[in-house]
Design a protein around this ligand. Sequence first.
Ligand SMILES: NC(=O)c1ccc[n+]([C@@H]2O[C@H](COP(=O)([O-])OP(=O)(O)OC[C@H]3O[C@@H](n4cnc5c(N)ncnc54)[C@H](OP(=O)(O)O)[C@@H]3O)[C@@H](O)[C@H]2O)c1
Length: 348
Amino acid sequence: MSKNVLVIGTGTIGEPLIGLLADHKDSLGLDNVIFFKRTPLSDERGKVESLIRKGAKIVSTSDALSEFHQLGFNETSDVEQAYADSDVIIDCTPSGNDNWDNVYSSLDQNKRFMAQGSEHGFGSFFAWGINNEILKEESNKFLIASCNTHNIASIVKSFALDEERELVEGKFVCLRRANDVSQNDSFSPSPTITKHSNQEFGTHHARDVHELFAQEGKKLNLFSSAIKLPTQYMHTLWFSLTFKDVVQHEEIMENLDNSEFLMATEKMSSNKVFSFGRDHGYHGRLLSHGVVAEQSLHVKENTLTGYCFTPQDGNALLSSVAGTVQHYYKDDWKEKMEIFNRYIFKNI
Ligand SMILES: NC(=O)c1ccc[n+]([C@@H]2O[C@H](COP(=O)([O-])OP(=O)(O)OC[C@H]3O[C@@H](n4cnc5c(N)ncnc54)[C@H](OP(=O)(O)O)[C@@H]3O)[C@@H](O)[C@H]2O)c1
C-alpha cells in the first residue's frame, strides 16, 4: 500500500501542515499528501490552489464535490476513498473527538489517528522531542500537544528534567494572543482572565503538561494561569521554576544553549519575534517549541524566572509530521526529520 497521509482541515494548523508535508514529501518518503477541505468557499480558492501547487491532493464529501468542481477544482475527489487509502489521518479541526465518534472509529484500526490540542482525551499526548518514546506504544491514537503544552514542557524538560534538577514547583502564566492573524472573530478588546477552573492545576495548561510527563511516570507539581491580551501576534509565557537546590545563572544559560527545542532571543517584544517568523519561518511560522527572552532570565537562589514567546501557530506542526513519518519508518524516522533542521534557529 502507498504511504499516504490525509490531513483533515485547512485552518491555522491544517494549512501549514499540509504545506510542510507536501513540500517535503519526497525526503519524508511519502507517496501522497491528501487534504480534506469541508466547505467550498470562493474566498479560500487561493489557499486551495496554493496547496495543490505544492503537490497535495484535495478531497471532500460527495455532496460538496460539484461545488468544488464549479470553483475550478475539477480534481477534487471523494474523501471516502482517501479514508480507505491513507494509513495516517491527522485531524486539524476543533472537532477531533466528534470526528472520532462519527467517522474514524469505524475505519480500519490499523491506521494511526492524530488530533490537535483542544481535543483532550483523544489519545496519548505527544510532543516531538519531548516524549518520542510514546510513539512506540501499541496505541493507534495520539493527541498532538497544544502550543502552550509544547512550550511549557520544553521549559520543564530543558531546565529541570534533562539536567536532573529536582523540581519543587513550576508556575506559569500564559499571556495569550486574542485570536490568530487569519481570524476575524474572538478578538479581545481588553485583557481577559481565564477562570481557574481546575482546583489542582489552575487552568488546563499545567494539567496537560502534568499528564504528558505522567505518561512516563513523572508526577510534577505544576500550576498555570491564563489571560487573553488584545494582540494578534503570539502567546508569551511567564514561568517560575523552583528547584530543590540552588542554581546559577551561567548554568541556566548553558542549558538554554544546549536545548534542542528552545530558541533564545535578545528581542523583548512579541512583534519582533513574530516578524522574524514571518520573514524566515515556514509559512511565516516558527517551528521551535519556544523562544526564550534571554535577558528576562532571573535566578535567585533556587528559583528561575523568565519569559518565553510561544510560536502558537507553528510549534506543534513538526509533532504531527513526526507522528506520520514514525508510523511508516520505524527505524530511520529521526534521520528523515533532519530535513527540517533548516527551519530551526538557535538565536534569533
Ligand atoms: N490556532 C492555533 O494557534 C493552534 C495551535 C495549536 C493547536 N491548535 C489546535 O488545532 C486545532 C484546529 O485549530 P485551528 O486554529 O487550526 O482551527 P481553524 O483555523 O478554525 O480551522 C478549522 C478547520 O477545520 C475545518 N473543520 C472544522 N470542523 C470540521 C469537521 N467537522 N470536519 C472537517 N473539517 C472541519 C474547517 O474547515 P472548513 O473551513 O473547510 O469548513 C477549517 O479548515 C484545534 O484543536 C486547536 O486547539 C491550534
